[in-house]
Design a protein around this ligand. Structure first.
Ligand SMILES: N[C@@H](CCC(=O)N[C@@H](CS)C(=O)NCC(=O)O)C(=O)O
Length: 316
């Protein structure tokens, strides 16, 4: 199998979620550092529009969104499992809540004026650029005000504490997808905005659990230049649907859009930039598009079904 190449940046929570899963599964990976704000020409050469972080590249196959990347990692290295069979449904549902409700409460708390002042203390010029970049991504996202975010985050931490009080990890003695998804917004508070980390004082078992998560580490990885990752994509052939690193290939048509149609795929909230291409798979778990890029050649770009909108491309 070609190398697993993670496109990410150090302070990205969803990247931390993914780096820890790579570490948990003891997978070796290549690290391509990407910018946290636009422009991102190298990322867009691979994805065709999707700009969010992280993205996993395997040859000329591009897997967008950490939820889909977790499916890929489970397929590549089933042990230890991210989706233990007895928790499959509940762990996925919990993870989806954690990646959305918990994450946005945590980030609105983290980046309230006091937190933002800390994060951008050394780079004050970046604060405005960063805020404008994220505002452009946030169209249909409801942003919590600091007081409401604090209340929600506190409540969520108490719920997580009641799980962490019971066992080492949220659903038992080993971590699963739920732990990784619950961890990354909390990691951001502890790591990037320590002046706001006193919110954990009321829930010491969350701190102990977070220490156990941090101890998993990121596994063995080596740096790769962005240009080299594009050369790798160009030199590779994308894998045919059914023999890539995803778990299923049977067509599930919920939209009346046949395979072979020119389509766009767009995140339902946060990050409105569409990726356009030919629909080559629409399974119960994911969509795959084929697209051509002048620099990276023929690519297959994959998205999870949940959280993404599939539309026929505008013929004009
Ligand atoms: N549902 C996506 C969310 C990814 C996401 O929102 N990532 C943040 C960084 S942690 C992002 O893309 N921010 C804008 C950027 O990096 O350009 C996933 O699970 O990967």
């Amino acid at each position: 199998m070609p190398d697993l190449i993670l496109h990410h940046y150090p302070s990205s929570p969803f990247s931390e979620k993914t780096r820890l899963a790579l570490g948990y599964k003891k997978l070796a990976w290549k690290s391509v550092l990407i910018p946290p704000i636009m422009p991102k020409p190298d990322v867009l050469s691979l994805t065709g529009g999707y700009r969010k972080t992280p993205v996993l590249q395997v040859g000329a196959d591009i897997y967008c969104d950490s939820a889909l990347i977790f499916d890929v990692l489970e397929h590549v290295q089933p042990d230890p499992p991210l989706y233990p069979p007895h928790l499959k449904g509940v762990a996925r549902v919990f993870a989806q809540w954690a990646d959305t409700m918990l994450f946005w409460a945590a980030m609105a708390y983290n980046l309230q004026p006091k937190g933002a002042a800390h994060v951008f203390a050394k780079t004050p010029d970046l604060a405005k650029t960063f805020s404008e970049d994220r505002k452009a991504m946030s169209g249909n996202l409801v942003r919590l005000r600091p007081g409401d975010a604090t209340s929600a985050y506190r409540s969520y931490l108490r719920r997580i504490a009641s799980m962490a009080d019971e066992h080492d990890f949220l659903f038992g003695m080993e971590p699963c997808v739920a732990d990784f998804a619950a961890y990354h917004g909390i990691w951001y508070t502890r790591r990037q905005v320590p002046p706001l980390a006193d919110i954990f004082n009321a829930t010491p078992s969350v701190i102990e659990w977070a220490e156990r998560m941090a101890a998993i580490g990121h596994g063995a990885h080596t740096e790769l230049a962005p240009a080299d990752s594009i050369a790798i994509a160009k030199a590779a052939d994308p894998q045919p649907a059914g023999s890539n690193l995803l778990i299923d290939s049977a067509f599930q048509d919920d939209h009346g859009i046949p395979l072979g149609t020119r389509v766009t795929i767009t995140a339902e909230s946060f990050g409105p930039e569409p990726t356009e291409g030919e629909l080559i798979a629409a399974t119960r778990t994911h969509y795959s598009l084929r697209r051509e890029d002048p620099r990276a050649g023929t690519l297959h770009v994959h998205f999870p079904r949940v959280g993404y909108a599939l539309r026929k491309a505008d013929p004009g």
